[in-house]
Structures are given as C-alpha cells and as structure tokens.
Design a protein around this ligand. Structure first.
Ligand code: NAP
Ligand code: ZN
Ligand code: ZN
Length: 348
C-alpha cells in the first residue's frame, strides 16, 4: 500500500525547511520499507536545499544518512525481514547493467544513478525524497545491513560521511608509515581522521578553528595545524604523503598541494559552490596527483559498515529535533558542528 510519509522539505532554494507530506511508493517484490529512526545532516543537504550546486529540483526532502527498522518487505526480498535494522546512503537505485554498475561503482552509473533525494527514480520522472522523513521504500540491493553492536544514531553518518572518507583512503592504500593530513574537521573530516588512524597512518588535522585541537587529539590525530597561521603551514611544507580535503567552502588548493612530498596525492571530497583555481606548477613541481572521490558503491559501503562494527567506529554526534534543522544548517555553515548533527526522527 502507498504510504503517506511525513517529512521536512524545502519548497524552493529560498524557503526554509518546513513540514510536508508526500507518498512513498507501493512495495515492489524486491523493496524494503523501513521506518527512519535517525538521519544525519550532511553539508550536501545544506548545499542542495539552498540551491548552491545549481542542479536542484524541488520540493526537496534532504537526508542521505538514514537508519531505521524494517516494517515491511516485498515478496521476493531475501536480505531483510521485518524488525531488522537497515540503512540507506546517497543512492537508492541505478541501472545495474552498465560497466560502472557491474564493477560496484553504482554512484557512477552510466545511465544515471538515482540519488536518494534531489534526483529521479530509474523511470527518470519520479522525484526521489530523502531521510528527513519518517519512512522510506528502497530496493533491497540499495539497503545496507546495520550492526546492532553500535550506537544506532551515531551509525547514521557512516552512510555518507563514513563511506566518502573510507573509500579514497582505501583506494590510495593509506596506512602504516604514511603521513596523512585531513583538511577541515567537520562531519567528513572527523570520520577521515578516525579511519586514517584505524588504518595506521600518522594523522594531522588542518583546521581553520584553533579550538578544535583538543577534539582532534581525542579522535586520534597526532598533530594539529591551524591553517590561518603562516608559520604553522610552513612547518609542514613538503611533509605529507596524502591529503584528504573535506572543506565545504572556497579555499586555495595550491597552498595545500605545497604540503605534499614529491609524488604525493591530494584527494578532494569537499564540493564548494565555486570552481577551484589551480596553478600548473602546484602539480608539475613534484609530480603531484590531485584527485577526487565521490561516496562509494554499495559493496564498499557494506564493507565500511562491517569494518566499523568490527572496530567500534562511529560518528561523534549532536542529536537534534527536526524543528531545529534550520538552526543546525546555520551552525553548519559557520563550521560550528561537533561533529555531525543527527536528527531524532521521533521528533517529526
Ligand atoms: P561540515 O561538517 O560542514 O565540515 C566542513 C568543514 O570545512 C568545517 O567544519 C570546517 O572545518 C571547514 N571549513 C568550512 N569553511 C571553511 C573555509 N572557508 N575555509 C576552510 N575550511 C572551512 O561539512 P561535511 O558534511 O563534512 O561536508 C564537507 C564537504 O564535502 C561539503 O562540501 C559536502 O557537500 C561535501 N561532500 C562530498 C561528498 C562526496 O561524495 N565527495 C560526500 C559528502 C559530502 P574547520 O573548522 O576544521 O576548518
Ligand atoms: Zn552527504
Ligand atoms: Zn548503471
């Protein structure tokens, strides 16, 4: 049966999020329906609800760090039963047939992935709606298994902040003996620190906020650099093997590339609204690599969740009521998050 979902939605880029209702589809044979208990607040939610990326469709129910409990399953579902914990990240479907889909890179589906919100189902007409809502219907292949060993609310941010930092660290084989910088200590950044530490690297947090130093050390970071302090920046020139850039606002990549050793790698995961300016010398001098990374495929997301369950890795969270979402967005825009807001969906 079609379900009327309760939600908070943006009706346009200029209007604040407000209560809204919409229909979740009838269950197809392979669909799982789960009631959403917690949803993390990603900076991408803010970028898109405010129309900062220029690709937005409204009405928009943001939210792609979704965890909850299964309340119904389609007739052919094998992976889940009613009562199980379940999660969904940034993807709810893809074509499953193209080269990317066949290689576990559903986020790069050549026929267009279905993002969890601000996107379309595979029929290319039905708008998807995300996790700032009380219930969701997702194909079982795009529903993740969630361990009951971890705090559930603190697990939600793994579905985006977790996989987005885990994936590039794995791709570039970051580990023991390497010096790693994580730029920006927010939702993504603090997960990047936890994973890089868990993988055995020496980790430096590079932050605009001097008052985050103590937290950085508690997260396992070995060093802390205040990026506005020229002397501190100079002290790490040519120092790093790998830099993970999670910054959400415009900043100077050239300055960070100068902190890499020759042949060092910098991966951007942050997506500021305006283009970067890059000087060729920043890459050429030292044969450096500048790369990007976008979330992760389904198999890798499950691998990351299982790693977190085995190694007791979760996010540091501040729980909020859904009615406080606009305030949370404002604090996030100012870098005032320690280190992920998670909405208690029971407050909807
Ligand atoms: P967040 O929690 O707001 O963290 C961003 C951090 O960047 C802030 O805490 C701050 O850390 C730093 N920062 C903010 N403004 C800055 C400025 N003007 N100059 C330098 N540093 C600044 O955001 P998030 O949720 O981690 O997301 C970060 C970015 O990643 C966003 O652009 C988001 O859209 C993007 N994202 C990308 C993917 C992907 O697949 N690639 C997935 C999810 C999110 P300090 O206080 O430590 O400086
Ligand atoms: Zn996200
Ligand atoms: Zn595909």
């Amino acid at each position: 049966m079609t379900t009327i979902a309760k939600a908070y939605a943006a009706q346009s880029a200029k209007t604040p999020l407000a209560p809204w209702e919409f229909e979740r589809r009838d269950l197809n044979p392979h669909d799982v329906q789960f009631d959403i208990l917690y949803c993390g607040v990603c900076h991408s939610d803010l970028h898109q609800a405010r129309g900062e990326w220029g690709n937005e469709v409204f009405p928009m129910v943001p939210g792609h760090e979704i965890v909850g409990r299964v309340v119904a399953v389609g007739s052919s579902v094998k992976k889940f039963k009613v009562g199980d914990l379940a999660g969904t990240g940034c993807l709810v479907d893809s074509c499953r047939e193209c080269n990317s889909c066949q290689h576990g890179l559903e986020q790069f589906c050549e026929n267009g992935p279905s993002f969890t919100y601000n996107g379309y189902e595979q029929d290319k007409k039905t708008l998807t709606q995300g996790g700032y809502s009380n219930t969701i219907v997702v194909h079982e292949d795009f529903t993740l298994r969630i361990s009951d060993k971890l705090d559930l609310a603190a697990t939600a941010p793994l579905l985006c902040a977790g996989i987005t930092t885990y994936s590039p660290l794995r791709q570039w084989k970051v580990g023991k003996g390497q010096k790693v910088a994580v730029v920006g200590l927010g939702g993504l950044g603090h997960m990047g620190v936890k994973f890089a530490v868990a993988f055995g690297a020496e980790v430096t947090v590079m932050s605009t906020s001097p008052n985050k130093e103590e937290d950085a050390k508690k997260l396992g970071a070995h060093k802390f650099v205040v990026t506005k302090d020229a002397e501190q920046m100079k002290s790490v020139a040519g120092y790093f093997d790998f830099i993970l850039d999670t910054v959400s606002a415009p900043h100077d990549l050239n300055a960070y590339l100068g902190l890499l050793k020759p042949k060092g790698v910098m991966v951007c995961v942050g997506i500021p609204p305006t283009p970067y300016q890059l000087h060729a010398f920043s890459l050429v001098a030292g044969s450096k690599v500048l790369a990007g990374s976008m979330i992760g495929g389904l198999a890798e997301t499950q691998e990351m969740l299982d790693f977190c369950a085995d190694h007791n890795v979760v996010s540091e969270i501040e729980m909020i009521d859904i009615k406080d979402i606009e305030n949370a967005f404002e604090r996030m825009a100012k870098g005032d998050v320690r280190y992920r807001f998670v909405i208690d969906m029971g407050t909807l």
